[in-house]
Design a protein around this ligand. Structure first.
Ligand SMILES: *Cc1c(COP(=O)(O)O)cnc(C)c1O
Length: 468
């Protein structure tokens, strides 16, 4: 399998060439040259497999430059009951006939990002050892991504993590999750500033190409293809649990921000998984809902980006969205480039034509959005009627899922985080403190390991240079 850029770079690459990369050199995103087709016989066989073997089968269709025995052992050590809580890894939790949650948040940081990041950690360690190289991951986080990256990379050979976060602006729990890590290869840097300052520093460092090359700086952001690929697997796992035979169709509702999670669902559907609808749910930051309702994609400025009670979906633009548009436009790289480079850079928005808009239905996408009041009502209703406690992001997904439910088509809502991460809103909704997994109890009291720095790229660079 070779990989191409959505903006037409003529060079085709293999999986391990793009594994450690973010954007393609032309600014586009990587996608496989074509989607492998999974036929009925294969689906029938996959239905019987435990999660790690299913993951191996799916990944093998996209990765041909890691020997199968190695890939199998990487996957087997990633998707274990010790790390993800159950042998099913992503079990369905039925709410009512035809409606279930798929548990994706039982990994070390209690959010679905662990599903991909844990695999990425093991793939990075493997590939770096094979090349005899090292990598220093630099990132900025306001919470979920940074902790998932640190828990995936902690103790890994050949990898160091330098994670910037805005000092005092994460929840006590999120801060404790990251700062309590004592692994020598994890560097928490608390910046005197806001999240945007952290991101600006990452950009400034990455734009210094000489520094970047000399210190082998890399990233693990959500546009990484391997992360997206890891997420394709659980759509298959969810489908098999919700259906009895491969003639049935199932729909998925996905709480969305950067469009990574639902893009994995799109890939699964393109491979032939019988997905009826991909229900995209946003919060008040409805950039994507607006596109799927109107055909206009308009990125927001920071003044227009709301801080909500489902903060991991508070985005102003969706960094993976270009992948879907490329497919929607029949993989026309020139048009994709003109929309995302020219139109977005000059006008901050683009509108697709009527014909393209009408084709969205062929891809199964529908959408909706949710507000704080909707989240509170949904969390309360789910607690009262089903005795199930859900987090704020999952509540956005469930609210929009109900608007698109169809008779006879099971609907799976992806549970993207556990309520323990967002205790304040849960207490507001139901007056009950969400339970914490045993391993997370009292983490706020653990010794913290972090370095405070001013919002100054030079200071951060010096720290990196001293510590790589
Ligand atoms: C990251 C995140 C999302 C959004 O996922 P995307 O892949 O960015 O669309 C939703 N919910 C939670 C809890 C998250 O951490």
């Amino acid at each position: 399998m070779k990989y191409i850029s959505t903006r037409g770079d003529p060079h085709q690459r293999s999986f391990c060439e793009i594994l450690l990369e973010g954007l393609a050199p032309d600014g586009g995103l990587y996608l496989p040259l074509r989607y492998p087709n999974v036929d009925a016989a294969t689906l029938g066989y996959w239905r019987l497999l435990p999660y790690p073997e299913l993951a191996f089968e799916v990944l093998s269709l996209f990765i041909d430059d890691i020997p199968p025995a190695d890939l199998r052992s990487i996957v087997a050590k990633t998707y274990t009951a010790e790390i993800f809580g159950t042998h099913a890894i992503t079990p369905l939790k039925p709410l009512e006939p035809g409606l279930s949650l798929q548990a994706l948040s039982n990994g070390p940081t209690l959010a679905f990002k662990d599903m991909a990041m844990q695999l990425l950690g093991n793939l990075f360690e493997y590939e770096l050892a094979r090349r005899g190289e090292t990598l220093n991951i630099l990132g900025a986080t306001s919470g979920d991504t940074g902790s998932a990256a640190e828990y995936a990379m902690r103790g890994k050979h050949g990898v160091k993590v330098f994670m910037l976060s805005p000092r005092g602006r994460m929840s006590a729990f999120q801060q404790a999750q990251m700062f309590s890590l004592q692994d020598a290869n994890i560097h928490n840097i608390a910046i005197e500033g806001v999240f945007d300052d952290c991101q600006d520093i990452v950009k400034a460092v990455s734009n210094d190409l000489e520094f970047k090359r000399r210190h082998k700086i890399g990233t693990v952001n959500s546009i990484n293809w391997a992360r997206l690929l890891a997420q394709v697997v659980y759509y298959f796992a969810g489908y098999f649990q919700a259906s009895k035979s491969d003639e049935e169709e199932v729909s998925f509702a996905v709480p969305s921000g950067n469009f990574g999670n639902i893009c994995a669902g799109h890939v699964a559907r393109m491979m032939g998984l019988p997905i009826k609808q991909l229900v995209l749910a946003t919060n008040e930051n409805d950039v994507l809902d607006e596109f799927f309702r109107t055909g206009t994609y308009r990125v927001r400025g920071s003044a227009e980006t709301h801080e909500t009670s489902s903060p991991s979906m508070d985005i102003s633009k969706a960094s993976n969205f270009e992948r879907f548009v490329f497919d929607l436009l029949g993989r026309d790289a020139a048009r994709t480039k003109s929309l995302f480079k020219t139109e977005i850079e000059q006008h901050g928005s683009f509108a697709i034509g009527q014909e393209d808009f009408e084709r969205i239905g062929e891809f199964g996408f529908v959408s909706g959005s949710s507000t704080h009041a909707d989240r509170i009502a949904t969390i309360r209703d789910t607690w009262q009627r089903h005795g199930v406690m859900i987090d704020t992001h999952t509540a956005d997904g469930l609210k929009v899922a109900r608007e698109h439910q169809e008779a006879g088509v099971p609907m799976i809502v992806l549970e993207t985080a556990l309520p323990a991460k967002f205790a304040e809103t849960i207490v507001e909704a139901i007056g009950v403190e969400p339970p914490r997994p045993t391993a997370m109890q009292g983490i706020e009291q653990l010794p913290k390991r972090f370095t405070v720095m001013p919002a100054d790229a030079q200071v951060v660079k010096r720290y990196i240079a001293d510590n790589v």
